[in-house]
Write a protein that binds this ligand. Structure first.
Ligand code: GLU
Length: 443
């Protein structure tokens, strides 16, 4: 069996971190099993779907490196949904209903008031042909409900949540098509999953009760019921379902200097019993991906954790991965010198400005003045092609009584204008003789 997963966003907005996590897990699982990962654009809602969001979804997946093996679009498949619906109507599994939203609301309130579950009473099933004709003559158009089999137990072994059981008679027959002809999500999704051979449906736990009704739709359409993995939702760092998470998307992460590898490394493991580790390559994440590792508790998404992970990943990125984002002049040697000090790739520009200058060094303390003068004299005669920092500091150790911080800090300050930064042995050759002499002179 070839594993086929699908990520099925509705293009009514941009993807947020929860959606990105779902997309990633679909991708990881498909890769893990040598399967296929589909992107399905759920654009049945013509009024709310927008082409710019479809493009944004594609771009976000591309940025993450989650390339779909194929793309499908629900709006291209209305004829297919029509045909399958007609068959369900002929089979008596879908029926027309005419209640208005207000009538349904009233029925709900009455049931709730009596302490009963607000399950649709199937009054529409009792209508005769004449009743329906009369309603239609009044100008009413039906919406369509899927008739659940109340006798069948609905059960599945969820890959994340374990055994699940639902009583069909406690569920309302779901509306699958509105009176205006538009489709609700439930049935088209099942038709697609059957036609596209989807073997594993991976989505958020907010879909668990949809799954209960969809399993009966798979059966009614004689489709193989896929396996399901319903994942616990993400919460914000403060532990609550946060509104902010719902608006955090790729634009935000890019602007914050987050690398796709960091987002992947975090989202692949968040909510699992495995440690989050700074993988710059997804291969080990693919190899170890397993829904059994996921817990049922909400997973906590912490931007501070992401930023730390990002820094550890930036420290591993090769020059070729970042070259197009670096200021001109930073070659592989320059990048490797600066890289260990970065939180984000963009910060390389700050260190490159230190290399190229001009820098504004803090005023030299009186007691360092003659020491820096000596340093300048040594620097002038050094062999700059070898390891000038080593040669400079060895010479100064031998000719002054300074060592440790008293030796290094005044040099670092004069040469870079800062107290901290990349390893001076790597930085000094980049600063080079002329600039170094001028900076030591300025002191
Ligand atoms: N379009 C649905 C959603 O975004 C898809 C759910 C599913 O994966 O079946 O919630």
């Amino acid at each position: 069996m070839t594993v086929i997963t699908r990520f099925a966003p509705s293009p009514t907005g941009t993807l947020h971190v929860g959606n990105l996590r779902t997309a990633l897990h679909n991708w990881l699982f498909a890769r893990r099993h040598g399967g296929r990962f589909l992107l399905r654009i759920d654009d049945t809602d013509g009024a709310r779907s927008e082409e710019r969001f479809v493009e944004a979804i594609r771009a976000d997946l591309a940025w993450m490196g989650l390339t779909p093996d194929a793309e499908e679009r629900q709006s291209a498949r209305f004829d297919r949904y029509e045909a399958r619906l007609a068959q369900l109507v002929a089979d008596g599994r879908v029926y027309p209903a005419y209640e208005t939203a207000q009538e349904l609301e009233l029925k709900r309130k009455v049931l709730l008031g009596r302490g009963l579950p607000p399950v649709y009473d199937r009054a529409a099933l009792a209508l005769s042909d004449a009743d329906r004709a009369a309603l239609e003559a009044e100008g009413l158009r039906p919406h369509w409900r899927f008739k659940l089999d109340h006798e069948a137990a609905i059960a599945w072994d969820d890959l994340v949540r374990g055994p699940q059981r639902f009583e069909a008679k406690l569920l309302s027959d779901p509306v699958v098509r509105r009176a205006d002809g538009s489709w609700l999500y439930l049935l088209p999704s099942v038709i697609d999953d059957i036609d596209m051979g989807v073997t594993h449906v991976v989505r958020g736990e907010d879909h668990v009760s949809n799954t209960a009704t969809q399993i009966q739709m798979f059966d009614a359409l004689s489709g193989a019921v896929p396996a399901f993995a319903h994942e616990a939702l993400l919460t914000g760092a403060e532990g609550k379902l946060s509104k902010r998470l719902g608006s955090l998307g790729i634009d935000h992460f890019r602007a914050a200097g987050i690398e796709p590898e960091a987002l992947i490394a975090l989202l692949a493991r968040l909510g699992t019993s495995d440690p989050v580790e700074p993988f710059a390559d997804p291969a080990p994440l693919v190899a170890a991906f397993d829904f059994a590792r996921f817990g049922r508790a909400p997973a906590r998404f912490d931007e501070a954790e992401l930023a730390q992970l990002n820094a550890r990943i930036v420290h591993q990125l090769g020059h070729d991965r970042v070259a197009d984002r670096l200021p001109a002049g930073i070659d592989a040697t320059g990048w490797e010198a600066i890289r260990p000090n970065l939180n984000t790739v963009a910060e390389a520009a700050d260190w490159w400005a230190v290399v190229e200058g001009p820098i504004s060094a803090p005023p030299v303390a009186d007691e360092d003045r003659s020491f820096l003068g000596q340093a300048r004299t040594v620097a002038e005669t050094l062999d700059w092609s070898a390891d000038p920092w080593r040669a400079l500091t060895d010479a100064l150790k031998a000719t002054t009584d300074r060592k440790g911080k008293a030796l290094f800090l005044p040099l670092r300050r004069a040469l870079t204008g800062r107290d901290h930064g990349p390893d001076m042995a790597a930085l000094l050759p980049l600063i080079g003789k002329d600039r170094a002499l001028a900076r030591l002179e300025a002191g």
